[in-house]
Design a protein around this ligand. Structure first.
Ligand code: HEC
Length: 382
């Protein structure tokens, strides 16, 4: 024997039956790890070799549970503790809203555990040069012979004794498989070093780019939007007779999205009437918009009772009160346009028709407080 390490001693058998018969004998005779190589799957081989069930299922279960708990904890902390914010009038800890992220992290943790756990941990990959690939008997084993290997597993084993044991238990021939010479470039350690080097290089490159752009703001990465023939504000231009680059809209132009609100100039905004018909679609739209924009403060019923009250002790106006019910549509429209004290303006969020639709719905809420029989029958007619 030369001084290379022994990887395993192979006993070559002529049939699956003789291999199966030999296993108990070799198992009791040699206190080393056994492995079998066969050209096709042999029933009962796993049990005979005493292979345990793969622990991957358990690992995946544990990591999946950790994944969903981690997601729940993260969401609870971010939206309930670190930056508490009322979203759509729900309590801070609304687990129902957290379910999608919990599902994602559960799947993520489980998938990575299954993939990486199997490849790196259980299969010990990357394993670039399996010693068996260099065994002389390998071509036979992939054809019609059966091999039982007694693996050294890094320790020294008595090759003579094990060869004799394999022969005694029916092996037709015996081969000693040596560990391959260690190749620097093909070793897993080198592989991991390259991975770590790439990871470090990526971090350094990202960080360097970040700081370069921060320190030298002129070095904008993408300039094709800026770099185009154009006139800056206040820049002169000889194309027009007045020599100015900035142009006014053609006289009489009306913007398509913001119709000018000229109530300020009117004597009395309260005189404006609601121009929208009170139809079912308009009321439906009004309810949707009220729930989206106004209910956070005024409450879903308009009575000023919201989660805001509990969280910030704020008490926005009760829109059902007598005073507000007595306001004209025009005055309320003015409040939506201009805001009032701590109520912000909603002129940018709602279009003209949307503002009037919301007001129709506010009237419905007010009327529902004291509904009459005729309201039900007239609603059916409408
Ligand atoms: C950010 C919270 C908030 C939102 C959102 C909000 N409001 Fe208000 N609103 C208030 C507060 C606060 C007042 C009381 C203002 C005051 O009188 O000082 C008020 C007052 C009003 C009044 C009474 C004005 C008056 O003359 O007394 C009306 C009508 C009204 N809101 C309608 C609406 C409508 C319609 C919406 C949705 C488009 C809306 N509000 C959205 C906070 C809000």
């Amino acid at each position: 024997m030369n001084n290379r390490e022994v990887f395993s001693v192979l006993g070559i058998f002529d049939s699956a039956q003789s291999l199966m018969r030999a296993i108990p004998e070799v198992k009791s005779g040699a206190a080393a790890k056994l492995e079998a190589y066969t050209p096709y799957p042999v029933h009962g081989l796993d049990e005979a070799l005493g292979l345990r069930k793969s622990p991957i299922a358990g690992m995946v279960l544990v990591m999946a549970v950790i994944g969903s708990i981690a997601a729940l904890g993260l969401e609870f902390w971010t939206s309930g503790v670190d930056y508490p914010q009322v979203t759509a009038g729900k309590p801070y800890f609304s687990w129902e809203a957290f379910v999608p992220i919990m599902f994602e992290l559960t799947v993520l943790f489980a998938a990575f555990t299954a993939g990486l756990g199997m490849l790196l941990l259980l299969n010990r990959l990357p394993f670039f040069r399996h010693p068996m690939l260099a065994a002389r008997s390998m071509p036979l084993i992939t054809r019609d012979k059966f091999a039982l290997a007694v693996e050294a597993g890094g320790k020294t084993i008595d090759v003579e004794e094990i060869s004799a044991l394999l022969r005694d238990s029916g092996a037709a021939s015996v081969e000693v498989v040596e560990s391959p010479p260690v190749h620097g470039l093909a070793s897993p350690r080198f592989f991991f070093r390259v991975l770590i080097a790439i990871a470090i290089a990526c971090c350094v490159a990202g960080y360097a780019t970040y700081w370069a752009m921060k320190l030298f703001p002129k070095a904008i990465p993408m300039v094709h939007m800026l770099d185009q023939p154009r006139l800056g504000p206040q820049q002169g231009n000889t194309f027009f007779t007045d020599g100015s680059g900035m142009r006014m809209p053609v006289e009489g132009t009306v913007s398509r999205i913001s119709i000018p609100y000229t109530v300020d100039e009117q004597e009395d905004p309260s005189a404006m009437g609601n121009p929208l018909p009170r139809t079912a679609p308009v009321l439906g739209r009004g309810r949707q918009l009220f729930n989206d924009y106004c209910s956070v403060c005024h409450g879903i019923l308009g009575n000023g009772e919201t989660t805001l009250t509990a969280a910030y002790e704020a008490k926005p106006t009760n829109l059902l009160s007598k005073n507000i019910a007595a306001l004209t549509d025009g005055s309320m429209y003015h409040v939506i346009m201009k805001g009032k004290n701590s109520m912000p303006s909603y002129s940018a969020d709602l279009s003209q028709d949307e503002r009037w639709a919301v007001l129709h719905y506010v009237r419905v809420l007010q009327r529902a407080l004291d509904a009459k029989d005729e309201d039900v029958s007239s609603a059916q007619k409408e």
